[in-house]
Design a protein around this ligand. Sequence first.
Ligand code: HEC
Ligand code: HEC
Length: 313
Amino acid sequence: MSTSATGIKKAIRYFGFAVIGLLFLLALVAVWIYLASESRLQKEYEFSAEVDAPRAALIERGRQLAMSRGCADCHGDDFGGKIMLDEMPFARVVGTNLTPPSAGIEPRVRHEQLYRALRHGVGADSKALLLMPSGSFSKLSLEEIEALSAYLNTLPSVDHALPDSQMGPLGRALLVTGKLKDFLSVEVIDHAKPVVAAPPPVGSIDYGRHAAQLCMGCHGADFGGGPMTHGGPSAPPAANLTPDVTGLAAWSEADFIASMREGKRPDGSEIDGKYMPWRAIGQASDDELKSIYRYLQSVPSVHRSMKDASRQD
Ligand code: HEC
Ligand code: HEC
């Protein structure tokens, strides 16, 4: 009797130790995830940006860029900021208010902040921006960044009450285990690469090559398309944009321009505007879209069908 009773007691004690040990281990992992993510999220980056106040002559060009490069998709139609995603325990990501603060701030300083955000992926606080696609924008020319700055300075101040962006425990765990590719642009940008002064003339194939760099973040460096590294599991694969039968071989220039304006393929099917920013891109001028089309028709064909890439709708 008494021996088996002490046996049970012993077993309970061992079980208790095991549970405590496991909880201790879990706590250690949680602390590690927190510290490892915090060191990346709180790291301060010093990038110098010596720019003058933006020239007013570029305001109209800046308006066009702000409309056609998707800034409003994430920063709100009035550029006053917007909650992009609120999915705790993953993350809450808030597109910053880009209108001039009512307290007033020197246009030169605002231009510097914009330059560091687009070119390097860091915020006004010098820390990594979350989910801001600076990896693509870092290829904008100095003149385009200046134009955006000139335009944003002309906007009326908007003051929405918005929370700050924040990473939740799940987001942090994914970040430190390398599952969130491109989430912190600052970590993937080649900061040493020189910035071009101005874009090639609009209408040329070279301009198309320059502008199409903004498509690569989703359609791939070879424009052959495929599953995206971001957008979640329900996102369709990005389409093949090369002049192959599995891509845009059969599309005319007019088809391409119409698809960006109306969100429909030549066969009438709809292009998913939640993942493909056609509403924004469609606001580019005809000449810009023609350049992009001509450039895409000139890249090497890639034979890759998206029918095989699974669509989980
Ligand atoms: C896919 C969504 C997305 C697009 C497109 C986008 N942004 Fe952002 N941007 C964000 C998010 C999210 C933040 C805030 C990140 C954070 O809080 O860490 C941000 C931050 C910024 C900041 C930093 C503000 C600061 O100083 O802290 C600037 C400037 C900015 N964006 C400008 C632009 C401009 C200009 C464009 C268009 C050329 C643009 N963004 C397009 C998502 C986006
Ligand atoms: C944020 C990601 C993203 C960016 C940036 C982007 N695309 Fe897309 N694009 C997609 C996705 C995803 C699809 C597939 C949509 C669908 O299946 O409905 C797509 C589809 C398309 C299609 C339809 C082709 C077809 O056969 O289905 C065209 C054309 C296109 N994109 C052109 C462009 C061009 C040109 C640019 C740059 C100026 C660009 N995209 C930038 C994500 C993107």
